[in-house]
Design a protein around this ligand. Structure first.
Ligand code: GLY
Ligand code: MN
Ligand code: MN
Length: 441
């Protein structure tokens, strides 16, 4: 199914969440109160940090997400939304709830948080899910974030409903528009700051509305996995070598997480980008329901060894290169992670509702996803190949230094690195690439 059906699938989504909560709450609490979150104020200041809503709240309630709303789930009853809408003239109060989703809830508009205790009634048997223990206690909610409840809910969150898939298809469509604008800006000689501005304008996102801080990395900056700055200065046309842009978008609180890498002209680095595109596609073709994501990660590491060897940068058997950590130098992060209401969605290393933890394979500590691939999951596939000076120095000082063509590798350092990241869903037993229909490689 590739038709987008966010609104028509919503009632079924709420029904699924209701079943999951009824199961997870059984024996733990009579109900749950999910707090959207409260404002955080900077030290000795009156400015608020950006509001980042509770992901459990985003699972239930489409955007826009606003502060101090409480969703009350009591199994067997219609969910109740206590929607905070203060009278205010310093700030614009939230609009009345409206749209396709409101019919699923009993909605009560709350002007003052003082009214919450009365509206909740006997709160002693309710579990609070949120980040403000003091406020919760003042409302009579003393059972806070029970671990066993969260473990069950987090495990289930990996299985996306059709509504969630629709949101993430749309988030990918929006992110793709940003990536196209960013590529155009790079080709026109823009600075990192200007590329980010182009991206935000094309996606109509404010900076804090993107699901993570966009990574906009020119040249050597592409070797910093989570490069976080935006240089304002433009580079000369003949200094521009690489753009690695890892930037997402959201739809109803659900994330897209997309990376592309571009270079100017031909040459060995352009050939490496082409090789990585081929291998990224190859690893996506290996995906099957039930397969082990950790195995895919290891397969990708072997592909990296072969890319390096084919390019004349390394001369080593692929299995040996993985086993002895040589490929780790060039791809020191995991192949990908679960994606959803959070970019790095929860429970990637959790194998049951009880919270059993499956660690990553030895030598691959950054792999966030170790549970088997299954119907309904959405995850990223994001192989990378980097020339990171500190890791290269370690390799050069070690026993496999002889396998590396250092002259060729050093010539690549000014290009930084490559990452190519798509979002993948398992739908009706098949692999659906949510990104490429909007943003071909
Ligand atoms: N954008 C962060 C990541 O790809 O995991
Ligand atoms: Mn990313
Ligand atoms: Mn990612």
């Amino acid at each position: 199914m590739t038709v987008n059906t966010i609104d028509t699938e919503y009632a079924a989504h709420v029904a699924t969440l209701s079943e999951r909560f009824a199961r997870a709450l059984d024996g733990i609490a009579d109900g749950a109160v999910i707090h959207s979150g409260s404002g955080h104020v900077a030290f000795l200041d009156d400015r608020h940090y950006p509001f980042i809503p509770n992901p459990h709240y985003k699972n239930w309630i489409p955007g826009p997400h606003t502060e101090d709303c409480l969703l009350v789930i009591r199994p067997g009853q219609r969910p109740q939304l206590l929607f905070h809408q203060p009278d205010d003239y310093w700030y614009q109060p939230p609009e009345d709830p409206s749209g396709f989703w409101t019919g699923e809830f009993d909605i009560e508009v709350v002007r003052s948080l003082d009214a919450i205790s009365n509206l909740l009634g006997d709160a002693s048997k309710l579990a609070y899910i949120g980040e403000h223990p003091d406020a919760a206690a003042a409302w009579g909610l003393r059972r806070q974030n029970p671990e066993s409840l969260l473990a069950a809910l987090h495990y289930d969150r990996a299985y996306k409903t059709r509504y969630e898939l629709g949101c993430m298809r749309e988030a990918n469509r929006v992110a793709a528009a940003g990536h196209i604008a960013a590529k155009d800006a790079f080709e026109a000689g823009a600075s990192e700051f200007e590329i980010q501005a182009s991206y935000l304008a094309a996606t109509a996102h404010r900076e804090h509305e993107t699901p993570y801080g966009s990574i906009v990395a020119l040249n050597e900056h592409a070797a910093v996995l989570h490069y976080q700055h935006y240089d304002v200065a433009r580079l000369q046309a003949d200094e521009l070598r690489t753009l690695l842009i890892d930037a997402g978008a959201t739809c109803q609180g659900y994330a897209a997480d997309v990376t592309r890498t571009y270079t100017r002209g031909d040459g060995p680095f352009a050939a490496l980008i082409d090789a990585m595109k081929t291998e990224q596609q190859g690893i996506i073709d290996e995906i099957a329901p039930g397969s082990s994501y950790a195995d895919l990660h290891l397969s990708m590491q072997r592909r990296i060894a072969n890319v390096l060897t084919d390019a004349g940068l390394l001369n080593m058997d692929a299995d040996d290169a993985v086993e002895h950590g040589v490929t780790f130098t060039f791809m020191p992060h995991g192949l990908g992670h679960l994606l959803g209401a959070q970019t790095h969605d929860v429970a990637g290393q959790q194998t049951d509702t009880g919270g059993t933890h499956e660690p990553p394979p030895a030598g691959h500590p950054a792999l966030r996803l170790t549970r088997p691939i299954d119907e309904g999951m959405v995850f990223t596939i994001e192989p990378g190949l980097y020339f990171i000076p500190s890791l290269l120095s370690e390799l050069r000082a070690g026993e496999y230094a002889h396998a590396v063509n250092w002259t060729a590798v050093e010539a690549m350092i000014p290009y930084g690195g490559i990452r190519i990241e798509d979002n993948i869903a398992i739908v009706d037993g098949a692999t659906e690439n949510l990104t490429q229909p909007h943003l071909p490689l």
